[in-house]
Design a protein around this ligand. Sequence first.
Ligand code: 2IT
Length: 450
Amino acid sequence: MNAYVESVINNVRAKHANEPEFVQTVEEVLSSISPVIDAHPEYEKADLLNRIVEPERMFTFRVVWQDDNGAYHTQTGYRCQFNGAIGPYKGGLRFQKNVYPGIIKFLGFEQIFKNALTGLPIGGGKGGSDFDPAGKSDAEVMRFCQSFMTALYKYIGPSIDVPAGDMGVGGREIGYLFGQYRRLKGTYENGVLTGKGLSYGGSLIRPEATGYGAMYYLCEVLKHEHDKIEGKRIAISGYGNVGWGIMKKAMQLGAKVTYFAGPDGYVHDPDGVCTEDKLNFILEMRAKDPMHCKPYADKYGCEFVPNAKCWGVKDVDVYMPAATQNDVKMESAEKIAASGVKYYIEVANMPTTNDALNYLRAQKHMIVAPSKAVNAGGVGVSALEMSQNSERLSWTAEEVDDQLKKMMINIHKVSAEAAEKYGFGYDLVTGANIAGFQKVATAMMEQGVF
Ligand code: 2IT
């Protein structure tokens, strides 16, 4: 590995020893781009890498809210404006108990390269809070969101920083956040947030975009392998917005999700989650109780395996981890490799630990695709939502879906080309990192020292 790259990775390891998720993503990205640094000595001269691993700005804020009994609670809010070289900071807000700076930084760092891959002018950012939405009433969620936005509104805006949803932040939360922003600013700047409701500037297809985009990306991989999507059986983890979008697009494309895993275990439905009735049931089940997917197995009379993940099942063609970070560790990776399944398509942000990812990439019979490319359609459609807001127009579902498809075809293409250019062959992981990095690096170099 390039000595400069190694020194920057070591700096990050030492400085962020208590933020393992951030160290993990820096190791993954920087080791991929080592040959680019060899080819561009001017990057080392400008110390570009120590700059790129340091957020341009990151802050915390106090968020106090009252529960329905009048008791007070104090949470920490975060926003990381990681890199704005190619556009306003853009990235989601995550509300989850385990949120701490290491999670926000890892997501923000991934977001820089993912956003660059979309081909659209959006910089990388991320934020959130250690607020736990589980079991909270609507009114409690509203008060929390209002308090969160009261602390944040001065530091965001349609040309500054445009938050969106992530885990724990969906349409309801974005609505409350936008209402409070509008109240505080006294202007109708709906381009300040994406993932909005359709009645106030949201985009058609945004809720499904990440899952749809992942399926379009999979289609490109299959094309490359002279294979086809029709009849493919898919095992996923997670059945949130993203997993649900995968199920729906799979159905439209003649494929089917036959396994899905949740917090309580996994479901095996050999017929596939591919009727309107089943898709609607998943929405209802999730709204009632997000911690259990067993009710699906009970309703449709299929197998449910408690407290287990579906990694290693043999009767599928594609694995798509779509739940959360570090879902697939070495033990699961060994089962996946042993299953003989060819396609491992990451969807959630950093769903695979680095050792597991490298192990899977080393399997000769497998094709591995990285989440920062595969899930980029979500933020890509967020950028399309920003365009619609600034034009004061709404595009049809067909127009958005068509642009999303083109975007995913292009992301796959530029990734494959970048890997090829540096002699890696069809290595989608390395290619995505190189293509994303190259765009941001060029912009940073042209903008001088800061
Ligand atoms: O991880 C992600 O890309 C997101 N949560 C979506 C971010 C966005 O701005 O739409």
